[in-house]
Structures are given as C-alpha cells and as structure tokens.
Design a binder for this molecule. Structure first.
Ligand code: ADP
Ligand code: MG
Length: 621
C-alpha cells in the first residue's frame, strides 16, 4: 500500500479553492459576505475584465487588527465561531474560515485594513500562498481586499473561465441579489471604470427599484407575515407578472441568499394555476426562522440549507402565497398595501428570531409528528391589527384583486388553449382513386375509395397543409422579412443578455433581425412575413426560458409552435360551407395523404371500413 501523506496547507488550500473559488463571481461573493459579517453598511466592488484581471472589495466594517492579518489567511481561521456548539446556530454568513486562504492560493491577494482603535492601518500581500511581511497602510476604517490575476497559477481552472463579459454578467447578477438581500447597506459596483449598479441603503423598495426598475413595485404584492414561526417578508409578483426564467427568483434565509428546492416548489406550486407553461413567478422573499432548525453547513458555497422539517417550511410558504394569490380574506393579514422596507439586520432582526425561538418551542411537538395542523402562534394573532386598519386594507386589496381578475381569466383561457404540438411523422398515402361524396355538416368532406369511407376534417386538413408550407419556407431559409414599423425593444438581465448574445445568429437564421441596443436592452427590427401576427413579448419570453438551462426548448420548437398557431388562424374553419372547386383545391393540396395529423395532434382524416359499416347493419357479426 502507498504511504499516506498529510497534505501541506498549500495543497489543502488549493483543493478547498476548487470548491469555494469556482470563478470570479464566487470570490466576489465571499468578499462581500466578509464585509457584511464585519458590519459594513457601505461596500464598493470594482472589477476589471469580468474580475479575471482584478477584483477590489472595499468596506467600512470593523476591520482586521494588524495582529490578526496573518491569521485571517490561514486555513480554518475564523473569528465567527469558536466551539462545536456554535455550529448549531450560525448567524454569520461565513464560518468555515476557508475563503481567504482559498482565494489566496489561486491569485495574488492584498488585504489592507484598519480598525477603529488603530491609528494607522496595515496590509499584507500574498502570492500563491506565500505571505509578505505586514506593512503600514494609510487606509480608512474598514477593509479593502484586492484580488489580482485569478487562477494565474492554475491554468486548468483558468481554461474554464468564460468570456470577461459572461463573468461580469455573473457578478452583476450576484451583486443585484446582495442589494436585494441587504437593503440597508449601500452598494456601488463598477466594471472597467463604469458604474453598473448602485444602491443607497435606504430600504427594500428602493433596492428593488435599483435592481428591477421603478415599475416593479406596482407589479408586486408586498407581504409581511408570520406562519408557524416562520417570518416571511418581501415582494411577490402579481398573477400576471411572470418571468420567462427563474433568474428573477430570490430567497434570503436569515439574511443569507439560498437556492432551496423545498421553498422554490412551495412558491411555484402556489402560482401553478395562474401561470402558463414556461412562465415563472417573480419574487424577492426574506425568511426568518430560528437558527437552530436550519443547517447552513450543507455545501462549501453555502447556497443550500437543510431544514429540520421540510414539510413545515413547504406548508407554511405554500399557504401564505396561495392565500395572497387566491385573494382569500386571510390575504388581508398578509399583504401590506403600504409597502414597508425590510427591517434592517440590526438588533431587531435578532430580537425577532429570539422571540420566535421561544414561540417555536410550542410547535416542537407538532414538528415531531410531521403534522401540518398548527394552532395560530401568538405572533400571528398580534398581526391581526385593529379593526379600522383592517377595513382600510380590505378596500385597497379588493381593488388589487379586481384589477387582476381579468388578467387571471385571460391567462386561464390561454392556458387551456396552449397544448402540446405533437406532429405525427406518419404518412399514409392512398393509392386508389378517391371519389368525392360531398361536404357534411359544413365541417367534413366525405370520400370513398370503393372499399372504405373517409371523413376529412376540413379545418385540420387545411391547417396541416399551411403548417407544412410555412415550415418548408423556414427550413429552406427562404424567409421573406418585414420590417417592424416600431422596433420592439426589451429589457434583459445579465444572464439573459449573455444568452441572447450567444444566440443572436440562431435567431437571425429564423428570420428575426435582432441586435443589442445598449447596456441592458435588445431590439428586434424585422420579423418573417409569415410571423406577422407574432406576439413578440410571448415569443421572447419563451426564448428566454432557455436561460440557465432550466428548460431546454430549442429555437426551432418555439418557432414550430408559432407557425402552428398561424396555420390554425389562417385555415378554413369548421362551419365554412365549401364550394366544389374549393373542396377540389383542398384535396389536391392534400395529395391523398390521409394519415396526417393537424399540428395540434388531431387526426386529419378518419377511415371507416366497409366491414365496420356492414357490422352496423348486422350484415356480418
Ligand atoms: P470566514 O468568513 O468563514 O470566517 P474567511 O476566510 O472568509 O473565513 O475570513 C477569515 C477571517 O478574516 C474572518 O473570520 C474575519 O475575522 C476576517 N475578515 C475577513 N474579511 C474581513 C473584512 N472584510 N472585515 C473584517 N474582517 C474580515
Ligand atoms: Mg468568509
């Protein structure tokens, strides 16, 4: 057997870096978390070339004392926990003591810091895991971490870096989430000298506007409630305000941004009956639960958590969101018409958690039995504010729901209409001569071939013919285009921008003239003539559902769906009386191909054999 080696800290850190430092955005995440843990309320992030050349994070937090600088760079060195017991109730974002040594092992890193007590600051530089001496540094209170040349010594990893623009996009999305999760911290984020995002630390509403634009507030409900010891606050999109992918879904748990399946499915199931396929709810939600019923030490990147009981979390969130969307009376206690900013993560936050920690004891018995049935907690009852306030709320909520009712009905209708477009490849050519018997019920054309009867659905047949024709034009690249009178301009987030830039040529290939139109805008200036009735918003939403690979649907499938709709609209309807020459024309187009199905999957023709008819009349048994 080979000898077992104890790995040196240099190798160990490099291995840990594999988990913690995946790309520049993961470095930015760790550095901002450190700033937040240090109590900073002002954080400036500056990057060059998507963070590959340089990342600088400056904060006005507690700072690191000169005597501690070397320690901060050592593995498993943290000021945030000290005993095993602390692991059961982690309230800081960091606790593993891994980030700084991991980052240092794959970059050139400088920390300059000054605490309030120090006259003059200090700095340390480290390259490939080798530290410099501590130097004096004339910096302000707080910490500045500079990371140069990420992965300069790990070429294998550097190969996996995307383009600077794509890496910048990742960092932009990440910082928008930090802005939303820390509304009382002001962030400034610059890339290659240009300000990309800025927040002012004056509350959640303002943070939402900085990240998503001014209109978003009107498209959301602001909710603020407690259910089963779980405090839920934040914005959820109104029924009609859906998004084409999940990049608009943000959840914070005790101040930490997480992506958790239990929470995501609870919300998505609550929205289920309101949203069409490939439409996803918008939300920015902050959850607060007792620290000791959630395990945050699940993954080195700390993006997922484990709950003591998933069912309670699921049930509580599902019930709150459904009540709001269904507009039930109880929604009045959840939705807040006057939107308030989220409480800052100050003492209030922890006082609240302490309070629900106590209340939670009363629920523990139910948790153990996995029961969904809870008596209302004391806090919930408190929410039931005085009668007058409730009446006022009732009025404005009634308005909100009336406004949305029409939308919901429209969506429901469209949802029913939206079916799977399964197109059969089966082709049954009839070799025999077909005799026309005539049109029946203004819907069916009846033919016989001497042995069998054929009923042709005139709408399905025509629809299929048009569909094939349009597809042929598209696949042979013979697509006449028509310019739009007013170009269609739409807004995208960084992930969507990256996706569209990668797909511009594919989209142009199907005859849609699309180009980038500024920092976060795209413009469509012409579309194929055959798609002149295209609802561009829906089309783009469908397309963007590909972002992050949450749903894989090819451009071609989307296009086929559109083409099928157009064919359906333009085809002869059932109920249209056809002249003999119209019937002739249709049959010629059909070229005796009766095995076809319409684009919605319904049959074009039905064959009734002589034998079946004989059986009806008991000629044979
Ligand atoms: P962790 O955050 O898990 O403790 P890190 O490696 O990220 O581990 O940081 C190590 C230690 O360095 C922290 O525990 C903290 O004491 C100190 N530190 C890092 N960044 C900052 C900062 N921006 N401000 C103050 N202290 C910091
Ligand atoms: Mg940390």
């Amino acid at each position: 057997m080979n000898e077992i080696n104890l790995l040196s800290s240099k190798i160990y850190n490099r291995i840990a870096a594999g988990e913690v430092v995946e790309r520049p955005a993961s470095i930015v995440k760790e550095l901002i978390e450190n700033s937040l843990d240090a109590g900073a309320n002002k954080i400036i992030v500056t990057i060059q070339d998507g963070g590959i050349t340089q990342i600088i994070v400056t904060d006005n937090g507690s700072g690191i004392d000169k005597t501690q600088l070397k320690k901060a760079l050592m593995p498993h060195a943290t000021s945030k926990i000290s005993s095993l017991k602390d692991l059961d109730s982690i309230s800081s974002l960091g606790f593993r003591g891994e980030a700084l040594p991991s980052i240092a092992s794959v970059s050139k890193l400088t920390i300059a810091s000054k605490t309030n007590d120090q006259e003059i600051g200090a700095s340390i530089f480290t390259e490939g895991g080798v530290n410099s001496e501590i130097l004096e540094s004339s910096c302000q209170n707080g910490t500045t971490v500079t990371v140069d040349n990420v992965f300069f010594n790990t070429p294998a990893r550097a190969k996996f870096l995307k383009t600077p623009r794509a890496e910048e996009g990742e960092i932009t999305s990440l910082i928008s989430k930090f802005i939303l999760g820390n509304p009382f911290v002001s962030f400034k984020y610059l890339s290659n000298g240009k300000t990309i995002l800025q927040s002012f630390g004056d509350g959640l509403e303002s943070a939402m506007v900085q990240v998503y634009g001014a209109n978003v507030i009107n498209d959301c409900f602001y909710i603020d409630t407690v259910k089963n010891g779980l405090k839920i606050t934040g914005y959820i999109g109104k029924h009609y305000f859906s998004k084409p992918n999940r990049t608009y879904q943000t959840v914070f748990l005790n101040g930490r941004r997480i992506i958790n399946q239990t929470i995501a499915s609870a919300i998505s199931n609550a929205y289920n009956s309101y949203l069409m396929t490939r439409q996803y709810p918008f939300y920015v939600l902050s959850l607060e639960i007792p620290f000791d019923i959630v395990d945050v030490n699940v993954h080195p990147n700390k993006l997922d958590v484990r709950f003591a009981n998933n069912q309670i979390i699921y049930g509580s969130i599902y019930s709150v969101i459904s009540k709001v969307l269904d507009g039930s009376g109880e929604a009045l206690n959840i939705v807040s018409p006057t939107r308030q900013p989220l409480e800052t993560k100050t003492d209030n936050h922890y006082n609240f958690i302490e309070k629900i920690n106590n209340d939670y004891v009363t629920h523990k018995k139910d948790i153990a039995s996995n029961s969904f049935v809870f008596s209302d907690s004391a806090i919930e009852n408190k929410l039931l504010s005085n009668y007058k306030e409730k009446e006022e709320k009732e009025k404005s909520i009634a308005d909100i729901f009336a406004e949305n009712k029409a939308y919901i009905e429209k969506l429901e209708k469209e949802k029913i209409e939206q079916k799977q477009f399964i197109v059969s490849q089966e082709k049954i050519k009839i070799d025999k001569k077909l005799n026309l018997i005539g049109q029946a019920l203004n819907t069916f054309i009846i033919l016989d071939d001497g042995e069998n009867l054929y009923f042709i659905d005139q709408h399905a047949a025509h629809e299929r013919i048009l569909y094939d024709k349009l597809n042929l034009a598209i696949s042979s690249n013979d697509i006449p285009q028509q310019p739009l009178l007013v170009p269609y301009v739409f807004n995208v987030n960084p992930s969507e921008m990256e996706f569209l830039l990668n797909n511009v040529n594919n989209i142009r290939e199907i005859g849609i003239e699309i180009e980038q139109f500024g920092n976060d805008l795209f413009k469509i200036s012409s579309i194929p003539t055959v798609l002149s009735h295209l609802n561009l918003k829906l089309f783009i939403d469908n397309l963007l559902s590909n972002v992050n690979g949450y749903k894989s649907i090819s451009l071609n499938d989307i296009l086929k769906e559109k083409v099928a709709k157009i064919a359906c609209k333009s085809a002869i309807k059932s109920g249209d009386k056809l002249t003999d020459s119209e019937i002739d024309f249709l049959l010629k187009l059909l070229q005796n191909d009766l095995g076809l199905k319409c684009p919605h999957g319904r049959p074009v023709a039905i064959k009734i054999t002589r034998m079946e008819i004989d059986k009806w009349f008991k000629r044979i048994v």
